[in-house]
Design a protein around this ligand. Structure first.
Ligand code: ZN
Length: 325
């Protein structure tokens, strides 16, 4: 492993981590061209320093290191960013929901810190890269308080409890802590989230895993963390304007997510501790610190604090995530 390095590093590319899931499919291979393990694969952890899937760096002076190690040993490349409780704060995934995910809810930092050994809470968001005709998602719920929520769960009144909305290619959904949610069959999304894995499962469609068991539910914790004041959304339409190819999708205390569409060239000043870039359509290149990197659908990279101005070229669409100002 490289102790030191010469000159600006600018960028790191990583090997994605693929996660089998009972609801997964094969689109990460057929749509994105990744080489994936056999069976239903639900998740591609594209930029991750989380212990459950810590990406290995490919090429450059840090080849073979994991992202968490680069973060721990070379924080200067991240502008000495503190992170979230000291950890690399974001996690970028692609999710292929061939079947429906369990209905779930995530805690906020305070609840997770208290009840999950100091873990982070989880805030996430989904950019819909593809949705099948007629596909839906679950986002939000209709109970007014924990008592009502528990009653409806115990009675199995899912249609009454859960807020289901149609989902289309190009939609975007912010999922705050306390929001009951589930991706349903026929959706492919890029997810930006806090680097946390704490999920409370409300309902799993009574599915049985290959080993004959059902996945655990967490009704008590769910009742505790659901945010009963939230008004569930009616759709996922992006209403923010597109300016010079850039559309701001979400700006929250944990991250900012933009969509950037390049047609020709596009310059982006990398002024944050780091910048996560995921190409989900088309192809082109990025020139960073004098080196040109080819990009195509399925390319992800992390631009470091010394990247300077990134010169994109080609015809491609990207999701770009960074910390708030
Ligand atoms: Zn979730």
């Amino acid at each position: 492993m490289a102790e030191g390095y010469e000159g600006p590093v600018g960028v790191v590319f990583m090997k994605p981590v693929f996660v089998p899931k009972i609801w997964g499919g094969r689109k990460l291979e057929t749509e994105f061209g990744y080489t994936i393990p056999d069976g239903p694969i639900g998740e591609c952890w594209a930029i991750s320093a989380h212990p459950a899937g810590d990406c290995e760096i490919v090429g450059g002076p840090f080849a073979g290191m994991h992202l968490s190690e680069l973060w721990d040993q070379h924080r200067e490349l991240f502008a000495d960013c503190e992170g979230d409780h000291g950890k690399f704060p974001l996690l970028i995934k692609i999710l292929d929901a061939a079947g429906s995910l369990s209905v779930q809810v995530h805690p906020d930092d305070e609840y997770a810190g208290k009840h999950e050994n100091g873990s982070l809470g989880k805030r996430e968001c989904w950019y819909v890269v593809h949705a099948d005709e007629g596909a839906e998602i679950i986002i939000g719920q209709h109970a007014k308080n924990a008592t009502e929520f528990r009653q409806m769960v115990e009675a199995g009144e899912w249609d009454k409890l859960l807020n289901k909305v149609p989902v289309h290619t190009g939609d975007f959904f912010g999922v705050l802590p306390g929001t009951v949610h589930a991706l349903c069959a026929g959706t492919l999304v890029i997810e930006t989230q806090q680097s946390s894995d704490i999920t409370y499962r409300v309902y799993d469609y009574d599915r049985v895993q290959p080993d004959g068991t059902k996945r655990q539910l967490h009704i008590d914790q769910s009742c505790d963390v659901v945010d009963y004041r939230q008004v569930p959304p009616k759709d996922g339409k992006v209403r923010a304007p597109e300016v010079d190819g850039v559309t701001e999708l979400m700006d929250c205390p944990k991250f900012v997510v933009d969509r950037i569409r390049v047609d020709g060239t596009h310059q982006l000043e990398q002024k944050w501790p780091f910048l996560c870039v995921s190409v989900y359509e088309g192809e082109g290149s990025a020139t960073i610190c004098g080196t040109t990197y080819p990009l195509r659908k399925g390319s992800h990279f992390l631009a470091l604090s010394d990247a300077g101005t990134i010169e994109f070229a080609g015809k491609m669409s990207m999701i770009v995530s960074h910390l708030p100002e």
